[in-house]
Design a protein around this ligand. Structure first.
Ligand code: SAM
Length: 295
């Protein structure tokens, strides 16, 4: 089997300690920009879930964007958010304040590599951008099947190619390809087709979709593009050729804040760009698998 490293931010898959708030920030920004993709994935869960959903388990819940969306989509359910990283769960709980959802969300700090956590029976199990982090996904999927009620649903979500889109995209037509290949070489966000894993775990695959989105330029797309390109610049520079680096630098220049938050500093901006002008779009996608425990 292919080795399964990585995270969109470049954290090796068995290291679930991450790199602190930077990773959490990127997760939150990603959810902000690509909320439509999260909605599309949650819609798959709603469509195939059993009739009465009382418990949803969110595996590798991170900062909780999926947890909150699931709690809203299943208004009668309790959601159990599982993560090995205590700081992620702190942030998840903080994100519940004022949402009216806190009473229905429970956090469980547990390392899925150490065994299945105490979460009880589940009607829906959700694993977004997390299954590829665990050491033995086949075992985790078997445990998830055992935790599901007969007819219960497992949803696995992974990110597909993600890339900023420059206004003169044609001049940087290969940016996405450069980034994909550099990220693949670095082992970022690598995962197999989960279909045979799901089938081998005794689940019946009932859906597989690949929603994509190009989010038009705007403040959120610029913040996302800047944070993403900065991390790619920091971690992938050695693997990007001159064209790729030039394209990434163009993204950074086009998304560097023009309005300084600290009046004593000035931020460089791309020549000819007006303050507050947003020119970079955000392209992203997801693969969503839905699989049912046979009745
Ligand atoms: C890329 S983040 C995804 C977060 C969230 N599901 C989302 O879609 O935004 C992966 C999460 O899985 C967690 N994780 C990784 N390995 C884990 C393990 N062995 N046990 C529990 N959680 C793990 C990480 O701490 C991290 O919060």
């Amino acid at each position: 089997m292919t080795s399964l490293p990585a995270h969109p931010t470049g954290t090796p898959h068995h290291d679930h300690t991450h790199d602190g708030t930077g990773c959490a920030d990127v997760l939150d920004l990603d959810a902000q920009v690509f909320g439509g993709l999260l909605d599309a994935a949650v819609a798959v869960a709603v469509e195939h879930a059993p009739d009465a959903v009382r418990t949803v388990v969110d595996l590798g819940a991170g900062t909780g964007t999926g947890t909150r969306a699931l709690a809203r989509a299943f208004p009668r359910a309790d959601v159990v958010a599982v993560d090995a990283d205590a700081a992620m769960l702190d942030r998840l709980r903080a994100g519940l304040v004022g949402t009216g959802l806190a009473d229905r969300v429970r956090t469980v700090e547990a390392d899925l590599d150490a065994g299945w956590p105490e979460v009880g029976t589940a009607d829906v199990v959700w694993a977004s951008a997390s299954l590829h982090h665990v050491a033995d996904p086949a075992r985790v999927l078997r445990d998830a099947r055992d935790a599901l009620v007969p007819g219960g649903l497992l949803v696995v979500v992974e990110m597909t190619a993600t890339s900023p889109v420059l206004p003169d995209d044609a001049a940087h037509a290969d940016l996405a390809a450069h980034l994909d290949s550099a990220a693949a070489q670095a082992g970022w966000n690598r995962y197999p087709d989960w279909t045979p894993f799901l089938t081998d775990a005794g689940l019946e695959v009932v859906d597989r979709r690949e929603p994509t989105a190009v989010v038009p330029p705007g403040p959120a797309a610029s913040r996302w593009a800047h944070a993403t390109a900065a991390r790619q610049r920091a971690h992938l520079a050695d693997r990007l050729g001159p064209d790729g680096l030039a394209a990434l630098d163009a993204v950074l220049a086009a998304t560097t804040p023009t309005v300084p938050t600290d009046p004593t500093t000035t931020h460089p901006a791309a020549p000819g760009r007006a303050p507050g002008e947003h020119t970079v779009a955000a392209r992203g996608g997801r693969i969503v698998w839905a699989a049912r425990r046979p009745r």
